[in-house]
Design a protein around this ligand. Structure first.
Ligand code: HEM
Length: 431
């Protein structure tokens, strides 16, 4: 190997990376890291990890199967011996989810799940999404001020995914709590035993819920919805009965929840804190698909993901050893000036696509089209019904999760109330 190895040094920040200021606004920290060096070692993530901030490097790692997605062992099971035993059920389920598998298991399961996200299947969900959006947004016509997270962003993804998975809508509020517990665990750079236990309890509750649902559905025709597709695959031996199947169901319930909530919340916040952009979108609603791409780039709902080094290698002069963790900072890559002109500027007319917010390579988000459909229908409804929305607070509170970046609350003012419409108001929305 001809590369000159650069000795490992810490972060150039003079303070811990994940502190209160970072959780409010991580972008100055990403910039400081990127400008200092393309790769850093940090002890703050799971006892030590490499951090990547450049668009090119983040995309390359996510694309390269020699960086393994199997990483739950040293994550769930990093506590003391007695604690680890207690967490075995969590590890067994969590490690079987698509997100944490490599080929060939990943390829096999991805093919099974792809069937539930084909364009034709997705367009059959559009009517339900429109109805959910109207149910949530119509009552807001009568309010001069409301919290967008509480009233819309939190409930919509749970309603949509519950319907897609054929769950009873009554269980919705529990889905949100369970997802929140998993998100708190995934987002913690050093998860405590208590946090991990809570995540285990919630994951097992999700799994029990699906066990019941699947048992009922197995007694009848499989059907063509997402659960039906999974049952057909189970009968064909393409997905394992038991934990393999349950792990995918629970992952789907969780994966679209926190992320979509934060796309809606971060997106509306970005638009309302840049009133000229909000006005531009009102004048030209056809810009919405492009605007969503830019909103995803500008403030990504998923700020980073991880991989394990599968074979020793040298990257930017640093020796990466097998088993070490690499943190691909998606939020930093999306603001890389080598990839985007004026990257800290929100510009809904920007024509520099390929943000990394849905990941890249074999694990690229399977739910991207679904979440974009939810966001497009929601923002169209807001533009139509509440065009004069403004922020009610200059600095809303962020949730403090470094992976799932999102607002705890988003109070908005709704000065011009439009007459109440009906579901038909959105009949023209194309998806
Ligand atoms: C704004 C919304 C969303 C964002 C930002 C997002 C982001 C991501 C990212 C970054 C990955 C790749 C993770 C990695 O490579 O380690 C991913 C994978 C995934 N996402 Fe999403 N996601 C969103 C919505 C959804 C929805 C609505 C669903 C499903 C209902 C979903 C299901 C999944 C699944 C199953 C994977 C794993 C794919 C695989 O491993 O092959 N996501 N998502």
């Amino acid at each position: 190997m001809s590369a000159v190895l650069v000795p490992t040094k810490g972060l150039p920040l003079g303070r811990p990376m994940v502190d209160a200021a970072f959780l409010q606004d991580p972008y100055p920290t990403y910039r400081a890291l990127r400008e200092d060096a393309p790769i850093h070692w940090s002890d703050e993530f799971f006892g030590g990890a490499w951090l990547l901030t450049r668009h090119e490097d983040v995309a390359a790692v996510l694309r390269d199967p020699s960086y393994s997605a199997r990483r739950t062992g040293g994550w769930v099971m990093r506590g003391r011996e007695g604690e680890r035993e207690e967490l075995c059920p969590f590890q067994r389920l969590f490690s079987r989810a698509l997100l944490f598998l490599d080929a060939p298991d990943h390829t096999r399961l991805r093919q099974v799940l792809n069937a539930g996200f084909r364009p034709q299947t997705l367009s059959s969900y559009a009517v339900h999404i429109k109805k959910c959006v109207i149910d949530l947004i119509e009552p807001l016509d009568n309010l001069s001020e409301f919290d967008f997270i509480e009233k819309v962003a939190k409930s919509l993804p749970a309603r949509v995914i519950a319907k897609i998975l054929g769950m009873d809508c009554d269980e919705r509020s529990e889905f949100i709590e369970w997802s929140d517990d998993l998100a708190a665990f995934i987002g913690a750079p050093q998860p405590t035993h208590e946090l991990t236990r809570r995540a285990q309890i919630s994951l097992l509750k999700m799994s029990a819920c699906f066990e019941q649902l699947l048992a009922t559905r197995r007694r009848g025709e499989a059907g063509n919805d997402l659960i039906g597709q999974l049952l057909q695959a189970e009968r064909a031996g393409k997905i394992g009965t038991g934990e393999e199947l349950l792990a995918q169901c629970a992952m789907l319930l969780f994966a679209g929840q926190e992320t979509t909530r934060n796309l809606l919340g971060n997106g509306l916040y970005a638009l309302l804190s840049h009133p000229a952009q909000w006005r531009c979108l009102q004048e030209e609603p056809a810009l919405l698909p492009n605007a969503l791409r830019e909103l995803l780039r500008y403030d990504s709902p998923v700020q980073y993901t991880g991989r394990r080094v599968a074979t020793d290698r040298v990257l930017h002069g640093r020796q990466l050893e097998r088993g070490q963790l690499v943190i691909a900072l998606i939020g930093a890559a999306n603001r890389d000036p080598m990839r985007y002109s004026d990257p800290d500027q929100l510009d809904i007319t920007r024509q520099q696509g390929s943000h990394l917010s849905f990941g890249h390579g074999p694990h690229v988000c399977i739910g991207a089209a679904l979440t974009l459909m939810e966001a497009e229908i929601t923002f169209r409804a807001l533009l139509e019904r509440s065009p004069r929305l403004t922020l009610a607070e200059a600095a809303p509170v962020w949730s403090g999760n470094p992976v799932y970046r999102g607002l705890r609350t988003l109070p908005v003012r709704n000065p011009a109330k439009k007459p109440t419409g009906t579901v038909a108001t959105l009949a023209h929305v194309e998806v």
